[in-house]
Design a protein around this ligand. Structure first.
Ligand code: SAM
Length: 253
């Protein structure tokens, strides 16, 4: 594991401190390793509930026929597929992800499911999106933001490519709001998740990182403030499953 040195700012990778320049590579390692089993693991870990969270985000996006939508950190394409059904043949969905393995699994999976023509796949870092200013009607990032090295830069980049009048949807793990849920949730996250990772994905460490990265991510209020600082207005959030996950939505004017 790379150690922070005094000349370079440090960041977190799960509970470990690492040099900022190392984080993208470490996160990449996680997703290269889990890409093949990613969808199966999502269903097992959440008992399929991640589909409801994603459906809620899709409904809240207001995506309509003809829209141009960017799904950042789109991975294996769950959100992109939902958006593609809504934008229809006149619209377009761009799935951007930093990780080639996740993009390859996503491209094959969506082609197998019959999605064609209105989804493009782009390898890109959320912090530096290679798209023009004011380009997309909607931008979403689902379970991706906690993995980026500089959340503020990713929010600024997504703000830049969004059209005035458009909105950003951030779906991410957050802080449980129901008392008593925390202890149960911790026991599940730090015991069952790594165990599932070991048995199914043959990678315990990546699923330990998942549990740790969730704890390091800003809570509902903190993320709302960061979105406002990036320029988003009317920022609000919706707690899902007792705050285990939150959907944040903010507009660019
Ligand atoms: N959005 C998908 C979903 O909801 O199933 C995938 C989420 S997966 C937990 C996180 C994704 O974020 C991975 O595909 C990973 O490659 C991607 N990612 C991590 N850091 C990124 C970055 N800096 N820029 C773009 N994508 C990134």
């Amino acid at each position: 594991m790379p150690q922070p040195d005094r000349k370079e700012p440090a960041t977190h990778f799960g509970y470990r401190e690492v040099p900022e320049s190392a984080k993208d590579g470490l996160v990449s390692g996680v997703f290269h390793s889990v890409a093949g089993k990613y969808d199966l693991m999502n269903d097992l870990m959440s008992l399929g509930i991640h589909r409801l969270w994603k459906q809620f985000a899709t409904e809240a996006s207001g995506v309509r026929a003809g829209f141009r939508v960017l799904d950042v950190a789109g991975g294996t394409g769950d959100m992109a597929a939902r958006f593609a059904l809504r934008v229809g043949w006149r619209g377009q969905v761009v799935l951007a992800d930093i990780n080639r393995s996740m993009l390859e699994v996503g491209r094959t999976r969506l082609a197998d499911q019959g999605y064609a023509g209105n989804i493009a796949f782009v390898q890109a870092n959320a912090e530096n999106l290679p798209f023009p200013d004011d380009h997309f009607d909607r931008v979403s990032i689902a379970f991706g933001l906690r993995n980026v090295t500089h959340i503020d830069r990713a929010l600024a980049s997504m703000f830049r490519v969004l059209k005035p009048g458009g909105s950003l949807l951030v779906l991410e793990f957050s802080r449980p709001t129901i008392s008593g849920l925390n202890r149960l949730y911790d026991a599940y996250s730090f015991n069952i998740l790594p165990w599932l990772g070991r048995v199914i994905a043959k990678d315990e460490g990546s699923y330990r990182y998942l549990a740790e990265s969730i704890r390091k991510h800003p809570d509902q209020q903190a993320l709302q403030t960061m979105m406002e600082q990036a320029g988003f207005e009317r920022v609000e959030f919706f707690n899902l499953s007792g705050g285990i996950v939150a959907l944040h939505r903010g507009y660019k004017y």
